[in-house]
Design a protein around this ligand. Sequence first.
Ligand code: ATP
Ligand code: MG
Length: 593
Amino acid sequence: MSLENIETPAAAPSDFIRDIVAAHVAENKYPRIHTRFPPEPNGYLHIGHAKSICLNFGIAREFGGVCNLRMDDTNPTKEDVEYVESIQEDVNWLISAWADDKLGLKPHGKTPEAVTSNGQPDFYLPAVTGATAGLEPFYASDYFDQIYAYAVALIKKGKAFVCDLTPDETDEYRRQGKASPFRDRSVEENLDLFTRMKNGEFPDGARSLRAKIVVDAPNIWLRDPLIYRIRHAAHHHTGDKWCIYPMYDFAHCLSDYIEGITHSICTLEFEVHRPLYDWILESLGLPRPLPHQYEFARLSLTYTVMSKRKLLQLVNENSVTGWDDPRMPTISGIRRRGVPATALRAFAYNIGITKYNGLTDVAVLEHAIREDLNKRAFRRLAVLRPIKVVITNYPEGQVEELNAVNNPEQPETGTRKLPFSRELFIERDDFAEVPPPKFFRLKPGGEVRLKYAYIIKCEEVVKDAAGNIAELRCTADLDSKTGGATAGRKVKGTIHWVSAPHAVDAEVRLYDRLFTVAEPDTGADFKATLNPHSLEVIHVKCEPSLKDASPAERYQFERLAYFALDKDSAPGKLVFNRTITLKDNWAKEAHKS
Ligand code: ATP
Ligand code: MG
């Protein structure tokens, strides 16, 4: 099934950042709009990053601009190529095919300047030199030479000095608003010491380069902040070339400048850094236009932890199977669970962009996933907890191929054949020997319709020696299937089933929320609130067409939930992940224990 079939009408988003961009487009402030998404490769991306990706790439797309993926890799000791690769894969997955999903979004304002030689629209192509096809990341570390030169330029302007205080002393002096005793070194001495820092003459922490701004500014970020530190550590991208590394605040604005970024969008906690961002660019006297920073509220979700440190802890302490465990809020986990990129993008657009931090109900995400999957998923029959049914008046050895629609939301996806025979499986929960009031499924002496097939009546409950139900002996109204004389006869319940001799076996992983409380992040021990029922593995019976299940498809096991094939599947071994239940019955499930 292709995305073209899916109509997801959604208004083009509007928010205060897009309003600013639209005004800039209207006044022709920049040749073109240029954003960036700058993760530090020190962990896997999570759904909060997805919000930022959709914002930055979305703005580029809507305003005919460009968005760069940039590895903000200035801290060698915490970073790794594994993370670089996962980030690249995740961003690609989230934004690829965006052009042809029907979110109702068309670029407005300027049209994209060009389509590149390989036919890709340029909104996700690198804009600086050496552009390659597809989403290739930029690296802040590729600019280390230029950033170093800018540091030297600041020193020459008398706006930076080498400081010999230890990191702890520096913190303390800054807290107290006290001048460093090294603040008034001469330009010559600063240049000499900075060169020697670069040449590796001093150990880690012995010296640093600090901007010379205001020692007791009300905004602590302006109190002569560190801009370079010594780190004798190999870097995943630059190897052993450097033993000094620029601090985030220094590298970030300059990387933005070097790439020609116009709108540098980040989360609210960086608002207090903005004066420093501007100070660095202004102090260097760089040619205009300069990039400008804008801040928005980060995403926080109920029942979810989002800090990279805590996610890393879950991985390292084996609370989950890895970064891409389908219970993780990482993009790779969400993808593996079976959530389509279109659903994540719709979620990111639905929640909007604001200036105020708040908590988003995870049910909003789940709603976006259900909406998307409802349109996309093939309907299939599968019985999770089987109980045998024998239709005593159905001839032994007879098999009928019944027609069943693939997806009522998309009739053009056609029908499939569903074999029916004398022996079936139905869901254990769909039978009650002693039915509670208003139980409309199967009960002794009662009738129920088998979806796409006959009305059956339970005549006898057969038990084994231990008193467990071994099988249900039923009769079918053989005129009640589609086209039959009694097809229109109404019974209260309809249940799903599979033909026993035709059923294929599958492992099903029933995933649920990872935490039992709405705000797991606030407690001292967040792991104490892990949901002990976040995964249940069962072995199920599926209709035979699922033998050919594809990882590219999504499936609704009727009356149950949405499922996707897991990467642990192999020829002859089906493994399905439950992406999400059909209804939000979480509160009920949470009290099951
Ligand atoms: P850390 O600083 O601990 O490494 P981080 O979450 O800030 O973690 P980055 O890799 O620096 O991770 O983030 C990359 C970009 O994603 C930044 O622009 C950041 O503002 C944005 N971002 C991070 N977390 C969220 C979130 N929860 N919601 C929205 N945007 C986010
Ligand atoms: Mg960060």
